[in-house]
Design a binder for this molecule. Structure first.
Ligand SMILES: [Zn+2]
Ligand SMILES: [Zn+2]
Length: 382
């Protein structure tokens, strides 16, 4: 059994498909300085192995084919001695990585395609916390992102790209965008000039992108004895966050009177501050701050299979045209039989699957996806 209660035959099936993928895809074109990275992986029994290192891609692939992990990770950091314990690795810098995920966007449809799978027996509950089938297991919240979800997360990714290029001045050639293989995007920034940023500086970057701590004072509204006063900043309001706020309010450097009126109609200083909070929430990006600030973390390896879905962590060259459920679906399409735990609809490789029966014949990539999600098991008898 793995963490979503999958039986042995299903795990054996996944391992067979995963091994074939790694055997046929021996190259990891987006993996640089391999000899300086720490590697790790999650096994099918959920155990995580860390502090591995490989001299070249051949060694890595040999390990993947031999052990067939559920998930493969590598460090954003470059180390002199990557396989040593964490304090003895000789840290030499780390790529700046951002992680955005559909679950953080509070999209209304999210509940409609969420399932609660027992971590012990794999039963699909409706929305119970403790499994009603075995009365022991805890349920895991599993989701099949829909088209609307992917549109929303791609919009969020476009916002992040704009922050990195326009606000932070990072050259686009140093930014690689990857679909995580499940429900999010990872941005890898490998600009040598920012490789040495410590965790604190990275945290300033994440605060800026999220919009944490933007003050009314920055746009020229201060608290005073009579309520508030306006004094637009000398440095101007047409760059960075000030520009985003100013254009949302419809003001410019000469708009002192208009700004005064806006603050008054918002209910004074406090009311205006709430307004500003709303605007920063709207324009800020929902990134996972602690992930970016960690300079010793291991991240999913580009080109590896995401064990939550069977989709590949895939490079995305154009956000608009990228289609996650097609472009990242690379496993075999040979047909297999599965037992479904619930009826459902999914779209993979540009095909719509409407699965209403408990026994269905589907391409392997659909079987893998649903078994990884805990929504089906393999049926070897048919
Ligand atoms: Zn259960
Ligand atoms: Zn959705």
């Amino acid at each position: 059994m793995n963490q979503i209660g999958n039986p042995t035959e299903s795990i054996d099936f996944l391992r067979e498909v995963f091994r074939k993928y790694y055997f046929e895809n021996k190259y990891f074109p987006y993996l640089y300085s391999i000899e300086k990275r720490e590697f790790g992986y999650r096994k099918f029994d959920s155990l995580v192995v860390r502090h591995l290192s490989f001299k070249n891609a051949g060694e890595l692939v040999a390990e993947l084919i031999r052990n067939v992990p559920l998930d493969v990770y590598y460090s954003n950091a470059y180390y002199g001695l990557p396989s040593n314990p964490i304090n003895e690795k000789q840290w030499e810098g780390a790529d700046l990585i951002f992680d955005i995920d559909i679950k953080d966007l509070n999209i209304p449809c999210f509940q409609d395609h969420s399932y609660y799978i027992c971590n012990l027996c794999g039963f699909v509950n409706s929305d119970q916390k403790v499994c009603i089938n075995c009365n022991k297991g805890k349920t895991l919240d599993i989701s099949i992102p829909c088209k609307k979800c992917f549109i929303a997360i791609k919009k969020e990714a476009a916002k992040l790209l704009d922050f990195l290029c326009s606000d932070l001045g990072i050259k686009e050639t140093f930014i690689e965008i990857f679909f995580s293989g499940n429900a999010g995007f990872h941005f890898h920034v490998n600009d040598p000039n920012i490789r040495n940023l410590d965790s604190n500086s990275r945290s300033n970057v994440t605060d800026y992108i999220i919009g944490n701590g933007f003050m009314c004072e920055s746009i020229g509204v201060r608290k005073s004895r009579n309520g508030f006063m306006i004094k637009l900043p000398k440095g101007g309001i047409m760059t960075g966050w000030r520009k985003k706020i100013a254009s949302n309010l419809g003001i410019n450097q000469k708009s002192e009177l208009k700004l005064k009126h806006i603050v008054e109609t918002s209910g004074g200083y406090e009311g205006f501050r709430n307004e500003i909070n709303k605007i920063t929430k709207k324009f800020g990006v929902h990134i996972d701050g602690p992930v970016t600030n960690d300079i010793h973390r291991i991240f999913r390896l580009p080109g590896s299979i995401n064990g939550k879905s069977g989709l590949i962590k895939t490079k995305c060259d154009d956000l608009e045209s990228f289609n996650p459920t097609n472009d990242a679906c690379m496993l075999s399409d040979s047909e297999v039989c599965i037992n479904l735990k619930t009826s459902l609809k999914i779209n993979l490789k540009n095909n719509n699957f409407r699965l209403d029966n408990t026994l269905e014949k589907v391409p392997s990539y659909v079987a893998v996806y649903l078994i990884c999600k805990g929504l089906a098991t393999i049926n070897k008898n048919n």
